[in-house]
Design a protein around this ligand. Structure first.
Ligand SMILES: NC(=O)c1ccc[n+]([C@@H]2O[C@H](COP(=O)([O-])OP(=O)(O)OC[C@H]3O[C@@H](n4cnc5c(N)ncnc54)[C@H](OP(=O)(O)O)[C@@H]3O)[C@@H](O)[C@H]2O)c1
Length: 285
């Protein structure tokens, strides 16, 4: 069975390489030069060339702040590009998996969000990802869309890596404590996705799923968890979001209820602290 991963240099793709180090599954990674997802003909050509059983689209416009000024570009990649992939896969009869985000919610209600809850993105990025979900649904009813929150790992650019580096410098670090969700270790996520592909469950899945680790924390709690696991001392202070004004508004509460995913995928949940322990065993890249 062949799996094709777009956005070959993304944090997620690097995490998937780590979780598939044994090489159990045959995975082809395509970076932007090899497959620009906004090019429908390029999708068709790549699918024809590699003939995958499953495609995971990890390519996305992910700069949440910049997207406020570049909404059209974010839409071209996150909505049109994603839908091109879903359509090309539908025609070939291969499974299309799209990663999406908790930022499709406004976060006003402090109850874990289910797949049936109303969306109301607060940012251009969130709107572009939601548009992608909608367009995928229009062209490929067999596609799987998996929303995740706060992706981190030893790879790419993410909060976890930023914190480790700041703590190692020993400066005072201020982190917001009024945004709550659950961090998602991209290595643990990709491991579970590969398991669900191998156990045959992915084939039977379709539609929207939420993936999350057990527990919920603020960014500050997550930073505290990271600091507590490092052999360094550093002053860590909790602050309100107003201390770090941003162009893009983020949801205050976006913990995802992942029951549907775990039931369908036949894989085990991990709690965020255990997941962080696992992440810290891997060297930062
Ligand atoms: N990071 C998070 O906290 C988070 C949270 C929730 C959901 N997600 C979702 O999870 C997925 C993976 O996120 P990530 O953090 O791994 O992303 P990432 O590290 O920012 O990587 C995104 C990748 O997409 C590529 N890309 C952008 N435009 C492209 C195009 N037109 N054609 C082909 N490739 C293109 C980029 O290529 P270049 O390297 O050439 O720029 C980059 O490698 C995304 O769908 C994201 O929306 C992320």
């Amino acid at each position: 069975m062949k799996v094709l991963v777009t956005g070959g240099n993304s944090q997620f793709a690097q995490a998937l390489r780590e979780s598939n180090r044994s090489g159990n599954i045959d995975v082809e990674y395509l970076n932007r030069e090899e497959l620009d997802i906004t090019d429908f003909e390029a999708w068709n050509a790549c699918l024809k060339k590699f003939n995958p059983s499953v495609v995971i689209n990890a390519a996305a416009y992910t700069n949440v702040e910049k997207a406020e000024d570049e909404e059209q570009l974010a839409l071209a990649v996150n909505a049109d590009g994603a839908a091109f992939g879903a359509l090309a896969c539908e025609r070939l009869g291969c499974k299309y998996i799209q990663l999406s985000t908790d930022y499709v919610f406004d976060g006003k209600e402090p109850i874990p969000r289910t797949e049936n809850d109303l969306t109301n993105p607060l940012s251009s990025y969130g709107r572009s990802k939601l548009k992608g979900e909608e367009k995928i649904g229009e062209v490929n009813s067999d596609a799987v869309i998996i929303r995740v929150s706060w992706l981190y790992s030893p790879f790419g650019k993410n909060f976890y890596k930023t914190m480790v580096k700041l703590f190692q410098k020993g400066d005072e670090v201020k982190v917001v404590n009024d945004q709550i969700a659950s961090p998602t270790n991209a290595v643990e996520l990709s491991l579970r996705l590969l398991q669900a592909i191998e156990n045959g469950r992915v084939k039977k899945m379709s539609g929207l799923y939420h993936y999350a680790e057990k527990g919920e924390v603020s960014w500050f709690d997550f930073a505290r968890g990271i600091l507590d696991r490092l052999p360094v001392t550093c002053k860590l202070t909790a602050v309100d979001s107003s201390v770090f004004p941003t162009k893009a508004e983020r949801p205050a509460y976006s913990k995802l209820n992942a029951e549907r995913f775990f039931e369908a995928a036949g894989v085990t949940e991990i709690d965020w602290e255990h997941s962080l322990d696992e992440c810290m065993k891997i060297e930062l890249k």
